[in-house]
Design a protein around this ligand. Structure first.
Ligand code: C2E
Ligand code: MG
Ligand code: MG
Ligand code: MG
Length: 267
């Protein structure tokens, strides 16, 4: 009986594993088709001066216009795409489309693109990015890259070199989800950066009971940003209360559902 129960358990586990493997394979094939059909596109979310809601730029966020499932956010496919490397093809498709669409915006506005750690291991990333940007006919200064804290710390020396090369060509960088990493505080001054994006997790606690910790973290990030001469952008601002608290603490720029959700540029 014990043996039998054991085998049954094993079979159940096995079936679940199989099911998962099949789902991943389906997703991989789906992604390949999506890339071939150019179904990955940037949506745009405004970055604003919070006091007057003046637009300063947009973050380009990828969406998959899936044949049967409609528009999908990264959570639905990013893990699989990163795991099998297809994220590279997707990223270049999304970035190029974002750059083309910049042409339709007033000159003063910039667009940020999300760049993952893997690109900083490739010595020709800056050249490839610049030739793509130039190919779309826009000034490189209108594109900024967003990299996470983790990516900065992955191989600091080569990241510093790459960021310096990009900056020499007027492509500036922001640190995404700032405050969630572990070691960046002691390192951040070494990187040639333009801005720090305060992670949504701190912003979302503002105005709630027991938000003293988040306030303290946000204040420290703002102090750090200001003393290093960097811009600070609050991510995930959803309420007036949060916007007011951020403005009162000296954070001028924000992004979040309070101002607008990501959408196709035309919207
Ligand atoms: P992220 O770069 O930190 O982007 C911010 C995420 O927060 C976006 O999710 C955005 O839609 C969401 N968001 C913005 N405002 C609010 C708000 O007020 N409340 C809440 N709850 N969420 C808000 P999204 O678009 O699903 O993207 C998720 C992540 O996927 C991004 O996080 C980024 O790490 C990655 N990603 C997005 N686009 C690209 C891309 O083109 N390439 C790569 N490699 N990664 C990308
Ligand atoms: Mg981002
Ligand atoms: Mg972020
Ligand atoms: Mg993120």
């Amino acid at each position: 009986r014990a043996k039998r129960a054991g085998r049954q358990r094993f079979e159940i586990f096995d079936a679940a594993t199989n099911q998962h493997a099949i789902q991943v394979l389906d997703m991989e094939a789906d992604i390949r088709h999506g890339i071939a059909d150019r179904r990955f596109h940037p949506w745009f979310q405004p970055i604003v001066r919070m006091v007057d809601r003046g637009l300063v730029g947009y973050e380009a966020l990828m969406r998959w216009n899936h044949e049967t499932r409609g528009w999908l956010a990264p959570a639905a496919f990013l893990d699989v795409a990163e795991e099998n490397g297809s994220i590279e093809a997707i990223d270049w498709q999304v970035w190029e489309s974002a750059c083309r669409q910049v042409q339709r915006l007033p000159d003063a506005l910039y667009v940020t693109i999300n760049v993952s750690a893997r690109y900083f291991r490739k010595d020709d990333f800056d050249q490839r990015l610049l030739s793509m940007i130039r190919g779309t006919g826009i000034a490189p200064s209108r594109i900024r890259i967003e990299i996470t804290e983790g990516a900065l710390m992955h191989n600091p020396e080569s990241v510093i070199t790459m960021l310096a090369r990009l900056r020499a060509e007027s492509v500036q960088a922001a640190v995404d989800d700032f405050g969630t990493g572990y070691s960046s505080l002691s390192y951040v001054h070494r990187f040639p950066l333009r801005s720090l994006k305060i992670d949504r997790s701190f912003v979302s606690e503002l105005g709630q009971q027991g938000d003293a910790g988040s306030r303290a973290v946000i204040r420290s990030i703002l102090t750090l940003a200001h003393s290093l001469g960097l811009e600070a952008v609050a991510e995930g601002v959803e309420t007036e209360l949060q916007a007011e608290a951020l403005i009162a603490m000296g954070c001028g720029l924000g992004q979040g559902y309070l101002f607008a959700k990501p959408a196709p540029l035309a919207e």
